[in-house]
Design a protein around this ligand. Structure first.
Ligand SMILES: C[C@](O)(C(=O)O)[C@H](CC(=O)O)C(=O)O
Ligand SMILES: [Mg+2]
Length: 301
Protein backbone atom coordinates (compact mmCIF):
# COMPACT_ATOMS: atom_id res chain seq x y z
CA UNK A 1 0.00 0.00 0.00
CA UNK A 2 1.18 3.51 -0.84
CA UNK A 3 3.96 1.55 -2.51
CA UNK A 4 7.29 3.07 -1.54
CA UNK A 5 9.48 2.03 1.33
CA UNK A 6 12.82 3.55 0.36
CA UNK A 7 14.35 7.00 0.27
CA UNK A 8 15.78 8.65 -2.84
CA UNK A 9 19.25 8.29 -1.29
CA UNK A 10 18.81 4.52 -1.00
CA UNK A 11 17.64 4.26 -4.61
CA UNK A 12 20.60 6.29 -5.88
CA UNK A 13 22.95 4.05 -3.92
CA UNK A 14 21.19 0.98 -5.33
CA UNK A 15 21.68 2.25 -8.89
CA UNK A 16 25.38 2.96 -8.25
CA UNK A 17 25.87 -0.50 -6.78
CA UNK A 18 23.98 -2.14 -9.62
CA UNK A 19 26.11 -0.36 -12.22
CA UNK A 20 29.26 -1.40 -10.35
CA UNK A 21 28.42 -5.08 -10.96
CA UNK A 22 29.27 -4.70 -14.64
CA UNK A 23 26.11 -6.63 -15.59
CA UNK A 24 23.89 -5.01 -18.19
CA UNK A 25 20.94 -3.16 -16.65
CA UNK A 26 17.76 -3.26 -18.75
CA UNK A 27 15.93 0.04 -18.32
CA UNK A 28 12.37 0.31 -19.67
CA UNK A 29 10.82 3.74 -20.09
CA UNK A 30 7.78 4.41 -17.94
CA UNK A 31 4.84 6.12 -19.59
CA UNK A 32 3.23 7.22 -16.33
CA UNK A 33 3.32 6.35 -12.60
CA UNK A 34 1.22 3.22 -13.06
CA UNK A 35 3.50 1.81 -15.75
CA UNK A 36 6.52 2.50 -13.51
CA UNK A 37 4.83 0.24 -10.97
CA UNK A 38 4.37 -2.41 -13.67
CA UNK A 39 8.06 -2.18 -14.55
CA UNK A 40 8.88 -2.87 -10.91
CA UNK A 41 6.33 -5.72 -10.68
CA UNK A 42 7.94 -7.40 -13.67
CA UNK A 43 11.29 -7.55 -11.93
CA UNK A 44 13.21 -4.78 -13.67
CA UNK A 45 15.70 -3.00 -11.48
CA UNK A 46 15.40 0.56 -12.77
CA UNK A 47 13.06 2.71 -14.84
CA UNK A 48 13.52 5.64 -17.20
CA UNK A 49 11.56 8.80 -17.93
CA UNK A 50 11.88 9.92 -21.51
CA UNK A 51 11.74 13.54 -22.60
CA UNK A 52 10.10 12.46 -25.83
CA UNK A 53 7.36 10.60 -23.95
CA UNK A 54 6.81 13.37 -21.38
CA UNK A 55 6.38 15.81 -24.27
CA UNK A 56 4.23 13.48 -26.37
CA UNK A 57 1.93 12.82 -23.42
CA UNK A 58 1.20 16.55 -23.55
CA UNK A 59 0.80 16.18 -27.30
CA UNK A 60 3.97 18.18 -27.92
CA UNK A 61 6.91 17.28 -30.15
CA UNK A 62 10.28 16.59 -28.53
CA UNK A 63 11.82 19.98 -29.35
CA UNK A 64 12.47 21.39 -25.90
CA UNK A 65 9.05 22.84 -25.14
CA UNK A 66 8.54 21.29 -21.71
CA UNK A 67 9.95 23.14 -18.71
CA UNK A 68 12.12 21.71 -15.94
CA UNK A 69 9.41 22.38 -13.34
CA UNK A 70 6.79 20.57 -15.45
CA UNK A 71 9.09 17.61 -15.94
CA UNK A 72 10.09 17.51 -12.26
CA UNK A 73 6.43 17.48 -11.19
CA UNK A 74 5.68 14.51 -13.41
CA UNK A 75 8.83 12.75 -12.25
CA UNK A 76 7.82 13.12 -8.64
CA UNK A 77 4.48 11.44 -9.34
CA UNK A 78 6.49 8.51 -10.67
CA UNK A 79 9.07 8.30 -7.88
CA UNK A 80 6.22 8.32 -5.32
CA UNK A 81 4.95 4.95 -6.52
CA UNK A 82 8.08 2.94 -7.18
CA UNK A 83 11.12 1.96 -5.17
CA UNK A 84 13.09 1.56 -8.38
CA UNK A 85 15.81 4.06 -9.13
CA UNK A 86 14.55 6.31 -11.94
CA UNK A 87 16.84 7.94 -14.50
CA UNK A 88 15.40 10.95 -16.30
CA UNK A 89 16.04 12.69 -19.58
CA UNK A 90 16.95 16.31 -18.76
CA UNK A 91 17.33 17.27 -22.43
CA UNK A 92 19.76 20.21 -22.70
CA UNK A 93 19.37 21.17 -19.03
CA UNK A 94 16.63 23.66 -19.93
CA UNK A 95 18.86 26.67 -20.65
CA UNK A 96 22.24 28.04 -19.62
CA UNK A 97 24.63 26.16 -17.29
CA UNK A 98 22.92 27.78 -14.31
CA UNK A 99 19.60 26.32 -15.49
CA UNK A 100 21.24 22.90 -15.72
CA UNK A 101 22.42 23.35 -12.11
CA UNK A 102 18.90 24.23 -10.97
CA UNK A 103 17.50 21.30 -12.92
CA UNK A 104 19.79 18.95 -11.01
CA UNK A 105 18.47 20.24 -7.70
CA UNK A 106 14.82 20.12 -8.84
CA UNK A 107 15.32 16.56 -10.02
CA UNK A 108 17.06 15.55 -6.80
CA UNK A 109 14.07 16.96 -4.92
CA UNK A 110 11.76 14.94 -7.18
CA UNK A 111 13.35 11.74 -5.85
CA UNK A 112 15.11 10.78 -9.06
CA UNK A 113 18.27 8.68 -9.12
CA UNK A 114 19.98 10.51 -11.95
CA UNK A 115 19.63 12.40 -15.21
CA UNK A 116 21.22 12.79 -18.59
CA UNK A 117 22.14 16.09 -20.18
CA UNK A 118 22.82 16.40 -23.89
CA UNK A 119 25.05 18.67 -25.96
CA UNK A 120 22.39 19.90 -28.38
CA UNK A 121 21.37 23.54 -28.60
CA UNK A 122 18.21 24.64 -26.77
CA UNK A 123 16.22 24.18 -29.97
CA UNK A 124 16.71 20.45 -29.74
CA UNK A 125 15.27 17.45 -31.48
CA UNK A 126 15.17 13.68 -31.17
CA UNK A 127 18.70 12.32 -31.41
CA UNK A 128 17.67 10.11 -34.31
CA UNK A 129 16.51 12.91 -36.59
CA UNK A 130 18.68 14.80 -39.08
CA UNK A 131 19.59 18.46 -38.75
CA UNK A 132 20.66 18.55 -35.10
CA UNK A 133 22.85 21.43 -33.91
CA UNK A 134 25.29 21.18 -31.03
CA UNK A 135 26.68 23.66 -28.56
CA UNK A 136 30.47 23.85 -28.56
CA UNK A 137 32.40 21.30 -26.57
CA UNK A 138 33.43 24.04 -24.13
CA UNK A 139 29.83 25.14 -23.61
CA UNK A 140 28.76 21.58 -22.85
CA UNK A 141 31.71 21.16 -20.48
CA UNK A 142 30.38 24.17 -18.57
CA UNK A 143 26.91 22.65 -18.57
CA UNK A 144 28.23 19.37 -17.14
CA UNK A 145 30.45 21.09 -14.60
CA UNK A 146 27.59 23.25 -13.37
CA UNK A 147 25.38 20.18 -13.02
CA UNK A 148 28.07 18.20 -11.18
CA UNK A 149 28.68 21.03 -8.72
CA UNK A 150 24.97 21.51 -8.04
CA UNK A 151 24.50 17.97 -6.75
CA UNK A 152 23.87 17.65 -3.05
CA UNK A 153 23.82 13.87 -3.11
CA UNK A 154 27.08 12.58 -4.61
CA UNK A 155 25.25 9.38 -5.57
CA UNK A 156 22.88 11.24 -7.91
CA UNK A 157 23.99 9.92 -11.30
CA UNK A 158 25.07 12.53 -13.82
CA UNK A 159 25.14 11.15 -17.33
CA UNK A 160 26.36 13.17 -20.31
CA UNK A 161 24.81 12.46 -23.67
CA UNK A 162 26.61 13.38 -26.83
CA UNK A 163 24.69 13.83 -30.05
CA UNK A 164 27.93 14.46 -31.93
CA UNK A 165 28.13 11.15 -33.82
CA UNK A 166 25.51 12.24 -36.36
CA UNK A 167 26.81 15.80 -36.64
CA UNK A 168 30.60 15.75 -36.30
CA UNK A 169 31.44 12.04 -36.59
CA UNK A 170 32.75 9.34 -34.28
CA UNK A 171 36.11 10.87 -33.39
CA UNK A 172 34.56 14.14 -32.29
CA UNK A 173 31.87 12.27 -30.36
CA UNK A 174 34.49 10.31 -28.45
CA UNK A 175 36.55 13.45 -27.76
CA UNK A 176 33.51 15.24 -26.47
CA UNK A 177 32.53 12.29 -24.27
CA UNK A 178 35.98 12.25 -22.68
CA UNK A 179 35.82 15.99 -22.02
CA UNK A 180 32.41 15.59 -20.37
CA UNK A 181 33.74 12.83 -18.11
CA UNK A 182 36.64 15.10 -17.13
CA UNK A 183 34.07 17.78 -16.31
CA UNK A 184 32.29 15.47 -13.85
CA UNK A 185 29.96 13.15 -15.79
CA UNK A 186 29.67 9.71 -14.17
CA UNK A 187 28.35 7.96 -17.26
CA UNK A 188 27.98 8.56 -21.00
CA UNK A 189 25.13 8.17 -23.48
CA UNK A 190 26.51 8.08 -27.02
CA UNK A 191 23.47 8.92 -29.12
CA UNK A 192 22.54 7.51 -32.53
CA UNK A 193 25.46 5.11 -33.09
CA UNK A 194 25.14 3.40 -36.46
CA UNK A 195 26.40 -0.15 -35.89
CA UNK A 196 28.04 -2.61 -33.53
CA UNK A 197 31.53 -1.46 -34.51
CA UNK A 198 30.70 2.04 -33.30
CA UNK A 199 29.42 0.68 -30.00
CA UNK A 200 32.69 -1.19 -29.66
CA UNK A 201 34.81 1.85 -30.48
CA UNK A 202 33.02 3.92 -27.86
CA UNK A 203 33.46 1.21 -25.27
CA UNK A 204 37.19 1.04 -25.97
CA UNK A 205 37.62 4.80 -25.69
CA UNK A 206 35.59 5.65 -22.59
CA UNK A 207 35.99 4.17 -19.09
CA UNK A 208 32.74 5.11 -17.39
CA UNK A 209 29.38 3.26 -17.61
CA UNK A 210 27.80 3.52 -21.07
CA UNK A 211 24.15 3.58 -22.07
CA UNK A 212 22.86 2.02 -25.30
CA UNK A 213 19.70 3.67 -26.62
CA UNK A 214 17.52 0.96 -28.20
CA UNK A 215 14.83 3.33 -29.42
CA UNK A 216 12.79 2.05 -32.34
CA UNK A 217 12.58 3.47 -35.87
CA UNK A 218 15.84 5.40 -35.41
CA UNK A 219 19.42 5.31 -36.65
CA UNK A 220 20.67 2.59 -34.30
CA UNK A 221 20.09 -1.13 -34.95
CA UNK A 222 18.12 -2.92 -32.22
CA UNK A 223 20.84 -4.98 -30.57
CA UNK A 224 19.65 -7.57 -28.09
CA UNK A 225 20.66 -7.56 -24.44
CA UNK A 226 23.12 -10.40 -24.89
CA UNK A 227 24.98 -8.51 -27.60
CA UNK A 228 25.00 -5.33 -25.54
CA UNK A 229 26.33 -7.21 -22.52
CA UNK A 230 29.09 -8.73 -24.69
CA UNK A 231 29.92 -5.27 -26.04
CA UNK A 232 30.48 -4.18 -22.43
CA UNK A 233 27.53 -1.78 -22.20
CA UNK A 234 26.04 -1.02 -18.81
CA UNK A 235 22.50 0.14 -19.56
CA UNK A 236 20.11 -0.98 -22.31
CA UNK A 237 17.49 1.73 -22.71
CA UNK A 238 13.96 1.27 -24.10
CA UNK A 239 12.78 4.88 -23.83
CA UNK A 240 9.63 5.03 -25.95
CA UNK A 241 8.94 1.30 -26.45
CA UNK A 242 5.97 0.99 -24.08
CA UNK A 243 4.45 4.29 -25.12
CA UNK A 244 4.52 3.09 -28.73
CA UNK A 245 2.99 -0.25 -27.71
CA UNK A 246 0.23 1.44 -25.74
CA UNK A 247 -0.60 3.80 -28.57
CA UNK A 248 -0.61 0.94 -31.06
CA UNK A 249 -3.07 -0.96 -28.84
CA UNK A 250 -5.29 2.10 -28.37
CA UNK A 251 -5.44 2.73 -32.12
CA UNK A 252 -6.27 -0.93 -32.79
CA UNK A 253 -8.99 -0.73 -30.16
CA UNK A 254 -10.48 2.43 -31.62
CA UNK A 255 -10.60 0.83 -35.07
CA UNK A 256 -12.14 -2.35 -33.71
CA UNK A 257 -14.84 -0.54 -31.76
CA UNK A 258 -15.74 1.51 -34.82
CA UNK A 259 -15.83 -1.58 -37.07
CA UNK A 260 -17.51 -4.07 -34.75
CA UNK A 261 -19.71 -1.85 -32.60
CA UNK A 262 -18.45 -3.57 -29.45
CA UNK A 263 -15.12 -4.06 -27.67
CA UNK A 264 -15.93 -7.73 -27.03
CA UNK A 265 -13.21 -9.14 -29.32
CA UNK A 266 -10.59 -7.03 -27.54
CA UNK A 267 -11.20 -8.52 -24.09
CA UNK A 268 -8.44 -11.17 -24.29
CA UNK A 269 -5.89 -8.39 -24.90
CA UNK A 270 -7.05 -6.26 -22.00
CA UNK A 271 -5.61 -6.17 -18.52
CA UNK A 272 -8.43 -7.48 -16.36
CA UNK A 273 -10.12 -5.54 -13.60
CA UNK A 274 -8.66 -7.93 -11.02
CA UNK A 275 -5.12 -7.48 -12.30
CA UNK A 276 -5.57 -3.72 -12.35
CA UNK A 277 -6.63 -3.80 -8.71
CA UNK A 278 -3.88 -6.22 -7.77
CA UNK A 279 -1.20 -3.82 -9.05
CA UNK A 280 -2.85 -0.95 -7.19
CA UNK A 281 -2.90 -2.99 -3.98
CA UNK A 282 -6.61 -2.27 -3.72
CA UNK A 283 -7.23 -5.00 -1.13
CA UNK A 284 -4.69 -3.47 1.23
CA UNK A 285 -6.56 -0.16 1.23
CA UNK A 286 -9.80 -1.96 2.05
CA UNK A 287 -8.08 -3.83 4.88
CA UNK A 288 -6.56 -0.57 6.17
CA UNK A 289 -9.96 1.07 6.16
CA UNK A 290 -11.67 -1.72 8.03
CA UNK A 291 -8.85 -1.80 10.61
CA UNK A 292 -9.47 1.89 11.26
CA UNK A 293 -13.25 1.86 11.24
CA UNK A 294 -14.14 -1.65 12.33
CA UNK A 295 -14.57 -1.20 16.06
CA UNK A 296 -17.50 -1.29 18.50
CA UNK A 297 -18.05 1.39 21.05
CA UNK A 298 -18.23 0.36 24.67
CA UNK A 299 -21.71 0.65 26.22
CA UNK A 300 -22.53 4.19 27.21
CA UNK A 301 -19.76 5.75 25.13
C1 LIG B 1 15.96 8.90 -25.62
C2 LIG B 1 15.22 10.09 -26.10
O1 LIG B 1 15.98 11.24 -25.84
C3 LIG B 1 13.90 10.25 -25.32
O2 LIG B 1 13.48 11.40 -25.13
O3 LIG B 1 13.31 9.24 -24.97
C4 LIG B 1 14.82 10.03 -27.60
C5 LIG B 1 14.07 8.78 -28.01
C6 LIG B 1 13.33 8.85 -29.33
O4 LIG B 1 12.86 9.94 -29.71
O5 LIG B 1 13.17 7.81 -29.95
C7 LIG B 1 16.10 10.23 -28.44
O6 LIG B 1 16.79 9.25 -28.74
O7 LIG B 1 16.40 11.39 -28.75
MG1 LIG C 1 15.03 12.87 -25.16
Amino acid sequence: MLHTRTTPAQRRRALRERLATGRLLTMPGAVNPYSAKLIEEHGYEAAYLSGAVLAAELCLPDIGLTTSAEVAARAQQVTRVTDLPVLIDADTGFGAPVNAARTVQLFEDAGLAGLHLEDQTAVKRCGHLDGKTLVTREEMVQRVRAAAEARRDPDFLLMARTDARAVEGMDAAIDRAKAYVDAGADAVFPEALADEAEFEAFRKAVDVPLLANMTEFGKTPLLNTRTLQDLGYDIALYPVTFFRLMNGAVEDGLRTLAAEGTQESLLPRMQTRSRLYEVLGYADYTAFDSAVHDFTLPPGA
